[in-house]
Design a protein around this ligand. Structure first.
Ligand code: HEC
Length: 154
């Protein structure tokens, strides 16, 4: 009988001890997860960084259209699209944006980008030129609407 009580107590102690051991491990996991989440947040490029890339491809697109380089125009147009996709997938935003990026994308960028893509395939100079003008003007409309009126793209 005495033996059973001793063994029982020892068992309970072992269970309690391992439960105690387990707890700090779980909170360590949470700490690691929290610091990794914070790190990902710090490494994630801001909206301005994506905009710089978009500006580069926007300007190269304009030059390609001017010299009637349709393949390059199609490429630069796709690159702009890739950057805007990333902004949406990673939910990039900042305090200047009044609504989620996707709302402005649909309003200002979706139509001219898809028109330019198709016009580049058709080698349609007029459509390329008019949609590029629309694209640039829409960059500026979005800037005006989101506290960036001074950021004029030409
Ligand atoms: C969602 C609306 C929106 C659209 C559409 C948009 N922009 Fe922007 N843009 C912004 C905002 C907001 C900022 C300010 C980012 C910041 O605070 O760093 C910005 C900043 C910029 C900057 C300055 C980046 C820097 O860090 O110095 C450039 C260049 C730029 N945009 C180019 C463009 C071009 C080119 C287009 C069109 C192809 C365009 N943007 C379309 C909202 C937009």
């Amino acid at each position: 009988m005495k033996q059973i009580v001793v063994t029982g107590t020892a068992l309970i102690l072992i269970i309690l001890f391992s439960a105690c051991l387990h707890k700090p491990a779980a909170s360590d996991d949470r700490q690691v997860l929290d610091s990794l989440t914070a790190l990902v947040g710090q490494l994630r490029p801001g909206l301005g960084e994506y905009m710089m890339q978009i500006k580069y491809h926007h300007d190269e697109l304009g030059k390609a259209i001017a010299r009637r380089d349709y393949e390059r125009a199609g490429y630069e147009n796709d690159e702009i699209r890739e950057q805007t996709d990333k902004i949406q997938q990673l939910h990039i935003t900042n305090d200047k944006l009044k609504e989620p990026f996707v709302v402005f994308f649909q309003k200002y960028l979706q139509a001219p980008l898809s028109q330019i893509g198709e016009a580049a395939l058709r080698k349609d100079d007029r459509a390329l030129q008019s949609n590029y003008t629309a694209l640039t003007s829409n960059c500026n409309s979005c800037h005006q609407q989101n506290n960036m009126a001074f950021m004029k793209i030409d």
